[in-house]
Design a protein around this ligand. Structure first.
Ligand SMILES: Nc1ncnc2c1ncn2[C@@H]1O[C@H](COP(=O)(O)OP(=O)(O)OP(=O)(O)O)[C@@H](O)[C@H]1O
Ligand SMILES: [Mg+2]
Length: 262
């Protein structure tokens, strides 16, 4: 399926043991350049834990994961972000009192060229950097909703859910990552907003052509529309992988979602 594409990420026997509970038991997930992978599984199956481990929030208790052939196990979150993996969160991590611009700027530190001290002592350089960051924020907002540019200095708390999610995606894109991890981006949205969100994800892929995406979702319309390949996990272990049709019809997956329509 992706023989001519380059594999940019993979995990090997990844394990996360929380005092006896294996949130991840044996996870081997690979991501190729420019692809969108859907990660599904029932509540508590380990999806968010997987994101937390590969962004350095938790240190895996076993296995390893590699990004661009570099072992990132044990690296700090900022180092991992800097190397090119960024994310959004299941529950919004926006600072509602801060402006749209400030929230996006938070995502830009790994793009920063001037260090704090050189910035302090070299005003011209600092001003140039701030201008560059602001231009990047405008460019990002313009992709999703040009109306947001006029509201750039307004607090994020004034925005409807869909626009908040857009600001979060802008923040994740700000540092020009190679992989974006989206944890339930449609959570809390109406069906119409979810449709817009799917368009937004398409825009991410068309404007950042070399980016790969892992999307975790309970909304199967998002998974089937957005992802080229789907991996299903349960109890921290893979139970199926393939196309959306293959995975959603897999007996193990149906069993895992017992009672829930996939
Ligand atoms: N910090 C932690 N300490 C202890 N247990 C944890 C911790 N984080 C997650 N878990 C447990 O690990 C398991 C997997 O949780 P996780 O949040 O990864 O599931 P999920 O697949 O994201 O579920 P959901 O679809 O509800 O978001 C759960 O049993 C959860 O209670
Ligand atoms: Mg989760």
């Amino acid at each position: 399926m992706q023989h001519n594409k380059k594999r940019i990420f993979y995990s090997k026997n990844l394990e996360m043991n929380f005092g006896g509970l294996y949130a991840l038991a044996d996870i081997n997930i690979d991501v190729y350049e420019k692809e969108a992978v859907g990660l599904i599984g029932p509540n508590g199956s380990g999806k968010t834990t997987f994101f937390n481990v590969i962004t350095g929030v938790y240190k895996a208790t076993g296995g390893a994961f590699y990004f661009m052939d570099k072992n990132l196990l044990g690296k700090e979150p900022y180092e991992i972000a800097k190397s090119g993996i960024s994310r959004t969160y299941q529950s919004s991590r926006l600072c509602l009192d801060l402006s749209l611009l400030d929230n996006i700027l938070i995502g830009m530190y790994n793009n920063q060229t001037a260090g704090y001290f050189s910035s302090l002592f070299n005003r011209r350089r600092l001003i140039a950097e701030v201008r560059r960051f602001k231009n990047r924020a405008v460019e990002l907002l313009n992709i999703f909703n040009p109306e947001l540019i006029d509201r750039m200095f307004r607090p994020v708390g004034e925005l409807p859910q869909i626009d908040r999610r857009r600001v979060e995606i802008c923040r994740a894109m700000a540092g020009r990552p190679k992989i974006i991890l989206l944890d339930e981006p449609s959570a809390g949205m109406t069906p119409d907003e979810t449709k817009e969100l799917m368009e937004d994800i398409k825009k991410v892929r068309s404007t950042m052509e070399d980016v790969s995406i892992i999307v975790v979702e309970h909304d199967m319309s998002v998974i089937s529309t957005v992802s080229e390949r789907v991996i299903a996990i349960n109890f921290g272990k893979e139970i199926a992988r393939g196309t959306y049709e293959e995975v959603s019809n897999h007996p193990e997956v149906r069993k895992a979602y017992l009672g829930k329509e996939v």
